[in-house]
Ligand binder design. Structure first.
Ligand SMILES: NC(=O)C1=CN([C@@H]2O[C@H](COP(=O)(O)OP(=O)(O)OC[C@H]3O[C@@H](n4cnc5c(N)ncnc54)[C@H](O)[C@@H]3O)[C@@H](O)[C@H]2O)C=CC1
Ligand SMILES: O=C(O)C(=O)Cc1ccc(O)cc1
Length: 301
């Protein structure tokens, strides 16, 4: 039996629209209601028939929901939860898809003190945004990490896990603070590095900059894809996961300094040893089937 009959998605961008498409494809009997603060996005959602209903307010979207999934930028999770609180059925489960978890859990709990809340983070995405960027298979063979409070109703956790498995995801349960530390190094720091490198290149004087574009290949090009990610989303992630990101950035800076020293003193062995270790990391990722050979971006939309 399906865990939920009526699902409301708040925020119809990349992740919200991928959820709507995934639900339609893999659990077609589920009734989907959508809401987005942007009238333009609501209009697009209606035009492309993303949901069964598109409501004109957050409250109206949730009145008969079994599951409400918040798919808005991290900094808007608390305000949106407060906006719909009065219209939420007492038995509805509230979830979200935010990229960091501890601050969102605190914000949702503050706005919805009595509600069953099962936060989630699908570790799947692209650099694109908006209702037309999503696709049904985005979550297939990707992790979805659930970070419920210790005293959360186990049935609610099981039902939300069941929901994500039906979209093709592999589900893991973890403490919110631990999630934030792990994702700080595997996702947030890489984005910060990409923003920095592309920013540094674009600060170069005009002539050089045109050469940067002309000869951009391999590594730099890969960084530009990540650095094209949504500015609102990533501003919120860094502000919300400040402590974990600063901790990982400190370690990264120390490691970068030691590489700088190895280059300055011609310590080829140090460089070779590190590059051999990192090559092994890449190979073990590929062996586990989490590689770019089956990327999010290359999937059929
Ligand atoms: N983009 C990615 O690759 C991934 C994003 N996430 C998380 O998913 C969430 C959504 O990200 P995307 O879908 O990529 O962003 P997006 O920018 O494509 O969509 C966000 C949508 O939320 C709407 N919105 C903003 N404030 C709102 C409010 N107060 N009420 C209702 N709607 C509102 C916007 O109008 C927009 O349509 C973020 O929390 C992000 O951290 C999680 C995994 C991957
Ligand atoms: O586009 C990429 O390379 C990503 O890393 C996608 C992504 C962005 C944010 C997340 O919280 C999870 C996945």
């Amino acid at each position: 039996m399906l865990p939920f009959a009526r699902i409301t998605i708040v925020g119809l961008g990349l992740i919200g629209s991928s959820l709507a498409r995934g639900i339609r494809t893999f659990t077609p009997t589920v009734r989907i209601t959508g809401y987005d603060a942007s009238a333009e996005v609501r209009e697009t959602a209606r035009r492309i028939d993303l949901c069964d209903d598109v409501a004109d307010s957050a409250g109206a979207a949730v009145t008969d929901a079994d599951l409400v999934i918040l798919c808005v930028p991290v900094g808007m999770m608390g305000p949106v939860a407060a906006e719909l609180a009065d219209d939420l059925p007492a038995e509805a489960i509230v979830s979200d898809v935010g990229s960091c978890k501890a601050s969102i859990l605190a914000a949702l709990r503050g706005a919805l003190p009595q509600q069953r809340i099962v936060p989630a983070h699908p570790v799947a995405g692209t650099e694109n945004s908006g209702p037309e960027a999503g696709f049904a298979t985005l979550f297939r063979d990707r992790w979805c990490i659930l970070t419920p409070e210790a005293d959360c109703d186990p049935l609610a956790v099981e039902q939300v896990g069941d929901f994500w498995r039906r979209l093709g995801a592999q589900v893991e349960v973890m403490e919110a603070a631990h999630h934030d530390l792990v994702l700080a190094v595997t996702s947030h720091l890489p984005h910060l590095i990409a923003y920095t490198i592309v920013g540094t290149a674009s600060d170069l004087e005009d002539v050089t900059r045109s050469e940067v574009i002309k000869y951009s290949a391999g590594g730099f090009r890969d960084f530009t894809r990540i650095a094209a990610s949504d500015p609102t989303m990533w501003r919120d992630v860094f502000l919300a996961n400040k402590d974990a990101v600063l901790e990982m950035l400190q370690r990264f800076s120390e490691d970068l300094s030691s590489l700088q020293r190895a280059i300055r003193w011609g310590d080829g062995d140090a460089l070779f040893d590190l590059f051999s270790r990192t090559r092994a990391v890449r190979r073990s990722i590929i062996e586990q089937g989490q590689d770019d050979a089956k990327p999010d971006f290359g999937r059929s939309h």
